[in-house]
Design a protein around this ligand. Structure first.
Ligand SMILES: Cc1ncc(C[n+]2csc(CCOP(=O)(O)OP(=O)(O)O)c2C)c(N)n1
Ligand code: SF4
Length: 263
């Protein structure tokens, strides 16, 4: 892409630019937090499908609560965990809109678990971007439903004891068992290869909605260096060494690819 620059309008080649679907404002996320990467991937998908004018995003409660300030499309703020219910209402009221939610693991898999499971079971034609950083980021690092066994958090200072607190919830594995879910994939954003795969999955989740295929969820294994107590670089390593072995990446359900139809 070329752009005119300066008074004389000289042409410069643009090799890297902000997606149109992201507002030109600084993000508030901590240094090394991968929420920003996922925002960019979602915005790129919106740009590439050229759907900015008809997209409605539903923001969660959590560190990404201010997603409504960052995406350059219509946005609605949902009560904690209720984004899939709000998305259901919006999409049913106007099926011509493209509706996505952006939710953390506390939001989606703790207080909002019922809304998530039932939206999937109903095969709502919505797109869910689910950020799994294994902790409650916004509120200061408490244990999340996705915190790993043995993980030290503010509310598990000796490490998550599964005898006391139970095991982590594996959202993709669980939802893929539901007949209603169309497309479920887990990706990560800790290196270039994984980011490219995440982009493909996010685009697919929007494509499915455009084609009317139904409930699509992409779980993104993400970092929270601040509450993990790690440097940004070590947080990316921790994803490889601890998160991905417990939460394997891949496609968990893809009904259309298997040629299955809803009866
Ligand atoms: C009804 C209600 N209960 C609890 C809270 C407190 N609260 C705010 S954000 C949050 C969890 C945030 O964690 P997560 O969804 O994993 O997102 P992250 O901040 O890690 O991106 C909680 C429990 C709230 N705002 N509203
Ligand atoms: S607290 Fe964690 S999830 Fe929240 S912005 Fe900071 S690094 Fe990101």
């Amino acid at each position: 892409m070329y752009r005119k620059c300066g008074e004389r309008g000289a042409k410069i080649m643009v090799v890297f630019d902000k997606p149109k679907a992201l507002c030109d404002v600084p993000l508030h996320y901590c240094p090394g937090c991968t929420h920003g990467i996922v925002h960019r991937l979602v915005a790129e998908a919106i740009d590439e499908f050229d759907i900015e004018g008809k997209t409605i995003g539903i923001a969660p409660v959590g560190c990404s609560v201010m997603a409504y300030d960052y995406f350059n499309c219509d946005m609605i703020e949902a009560a904690h965990g209720r984004a899939p219910a709000v998305a259901t209402g919006v999409k049913r009221a106007d099926p011509s809109k493209i509706v996505f939610t952006y939710q953390g693991d506390g939001d989606l898999a703790s207080i909002g678990m019922a809304e998530t499971v039932h939206a999937a079971a109903r095969n709502e034609n919505i797109t869910i971007i689910f950020i799994n950083n294994a902790i409650y980021g916004m509120t200061g690092g408490q244990m999340a439903p996705t915190s790993l066994p043995g993980q030290v958090t503010q509310t598990s200072p000796y490490g998550r004891d599964v005898k006391l607190c139970g095991f982590p919830v594996k959202v993709c594995e669980m939802l893929s068992e539901l007949d209603g879910a169309e497309y479920i994939e887990r990706v990560a954003v800790n290196n270039i290869k994984n980011i490219n795969a995440a982009k493909k999955a996010i685009k697919r989740a929007f494509q499915n909605q455009i084609e009317g295929k139904g409930f699509s969820l992409v779980e993104v294994i993400s970092s929270c260096p601040t509450n993990w107590g790690l440097t940004p670089a070590n947080a990316l390593k921790w994803i490889d060494e601890k998160m991905i072995p417990y939460y394997p990446l891949g496609v968990y359900k893809d009904r259309s690819a298997k040629g299955e139809r809803i009866v």
